[in-house]
Design a protein around this ligand. Sequence first.
Ligand code: THG
Length: 313
Amino acid sequence: MSKENLISQKNIKLNMSRRIRRTPFTNKVEECGVSDFTVVNHMLLPKGFKNTVEEDYWHLREQVQVWDVSCQRQVQIKGPDAEKLVQKMTPRSIKKMETGKCFYIPIIDETAGMINDPVLLKLDDDMFWISIADSDILLWAKGIALGSKLNVEIIEPDVYPLAIQGPKSEDLLISIFGQDIKKLKFFNFKVFDFLGTKQIIARSGYSKQDGFEIYFKGFETHFNETELGEKLWDTIWENGQKFNISPGCPNLIDRIEAGLMSYGNDFTRENNPLECNLEKYCKQEDDHDFIGKEALRKIQSDGIAQKNERNIV
Ligand code: THG
């Protein structure tokens, strides 16, 4: 990032309000010496700490980091038509998706333009979380549900993903949550106990290294949200000392090497999923109805003019 991009260069500050939300971990992130934030889904996302992007990259590849990625908001779709609505939103078939699985799904509009590229979690036959990139999917989902008269309830629950990434993440989480962490396969989740509360943990994350995401929630517990969030952060931090833990955030070098793209930065509604290298989630044999199907099939038969290749390294 060039220095000119930072508004602080001119000593101008970004004014906080309820529209730019803090997270249950923001106090801890500040204590750890965060140097700058960005805003994603109307919520703070730390962008850097004391080290350079290169130093952070090598630390992520060799050790373990804790990332406040609460801005990966969950759009909860619940009710008898939940599956029907989610399926309408993506070219990827979810027919065979089982409870406890995560699916990376493109969401497109009627022109096959990318609207978002979230991780979908199936919590139950009638309940999904859409773990979104930076666009207002709750409004899109509500519009579709209303227009199609679907029987669903759509909310943004108070869930704040905390990512533990890096080769030592498994040993760190075993030391806190036990040996069952080992049994978690990539893009699967299970419920784990933390101080008598139930927390969903998935083996996933926005890095090329091994890692986990704790979908932290403070509701339905006898704790205050920030109090419980800070206890979780402190537990990870204290247990992480012997694994050389650092605070971190999605790392640009690692992300680009992994071919993990960022909505709004690397691609927008101007791009279709084929240009974004997401054709494996747009199989022609997945013949369910979804928004943008006609436009997508036309692009699939006509071919594309540009492509963002992944895994070049
Ligand atoms: N974690 C969660 N939510 C998120 C992100 C995340 N929401 C926004 C953003 N990140 C979504 N982007 C991606 C992109 C790729 C992957 C995860 C999130 C990813 N893909 C697997 C891969 O490329 O190997 C494929 C998974 C599959 O086949 O289904 O990991 O990071 N909670």
